[in-house]
Design a protein around this ligand. Structure first.
Ligand SMILES: Nc1ncnc2c1ncn2[C@@H]1O[C@H](COP(=O)(O)OS(=O)(=O)O)[C@@H](OP(=O)(O)O)[C@H]1O
Ligand SMILES: Nc1ncnc2c1ncn2[C@@H]1O[C@H](COP(=O)(O)OP(=O)(O)O)[C@@H](O)[C@H]1O
Length: 176
């Protein structure tokens, strides 16, 4: 077993996954820890560009992310994933792919739908409500709430610095 670790941020679009991931990566890098970032948007540009948002394709996307994370963790690396990953089974598959080699921390960025829809950073919720984006998570496609996350963060009441502090503390737990 290596010292590698994957922090997997899951939650609705606009929940704060990328914002927290960016701040977490900056914090780790300040401490001299190199990080591999697997952000859903970026992965879908480079590694999963042919995939749609069907359940089958979302699950395949998360399996790919889990595989890559596992390969990095195998060699002692630190990975930060930010993906909606709406289905429990796929998240658990990703966990298994990583835990063969190191640690996996599932962080549910649990900002409620009302809040993310109010933020609507990319204007996607308005489009989804208007029926312009089919299979939109939280509107016309499900998000299965994680049954046993390692950490739950609602960004409504948690500033980004506090989220980083909570995740760094969870990363230190169990490490001698
Ligand atoms: N139908 C539908 N449902 C959800 N999200 C959609 C959809 N279409 C496009 N987008 C944009 O794609 C981003 C989510 O990609 P992910 O790879 O993280 O999704 S998944 O884990 O495969 O379900 C997501 O990015 P984030 O807002 O950063 O989460 C959206 O901007
Ligand atoms: N406490 C907070 N933590 C994280 N993001 C926040 C917070 N408060 C407001 N936001 C805003 O919410 C939005 C979250 O967007 P983003 O990080 O792209 O989400 P996601 O990656 O989950 O789609 C950003 O515009 C961010 O500035």
């Amino acid at each position: 077993m290596s010292d590698g670790v994957t922090v997997f941020l899951t939650g609705l679009s606009g929940a704060g996954k990328s914002t927290i991931a960016d701040a977490l990566v900056a914090d780790l890098e300040r401490d001299g820890v190199p990080v591999t970032v697997l952000d859903g948007d970026v992965v879908r540009t480079h590694l999963s560009s042919e995939l749609t948002f069907s359940r089958e394709h979302r699950d395949l996307n998360i399996r790919r992310i889990g595989f890559v994370a596992g390969e990095v963790v195998k060699h002692g690396g630190t990975v930060v994933v930010a993906a909606i990953a709406p289905f429990e089974q796929a998240r658990e598959e990703a966990r298994q792919l990583v835990e063969k080699h190191g640690r996996f921390l599932l962080v549910h960025v649990a900002t409620p739908l009302e809040v993310v829809e109010q933020r609507d950073v990319k204007g996607l919720y308005a489009k989804a409500r208007a029926g312009e984006i089919p299979l939109f998570t939280g509107i016309s496609d499900p998000y299965e709430v994680p049954g046993s996350p390692d950490l739950t963060i609602d960004t409504t009441g948690t500033p980004v610095e506090e989220s980083v502090r909570l995740i760094r503390a969870a990363m230190r737990e169990g490490v001698s």
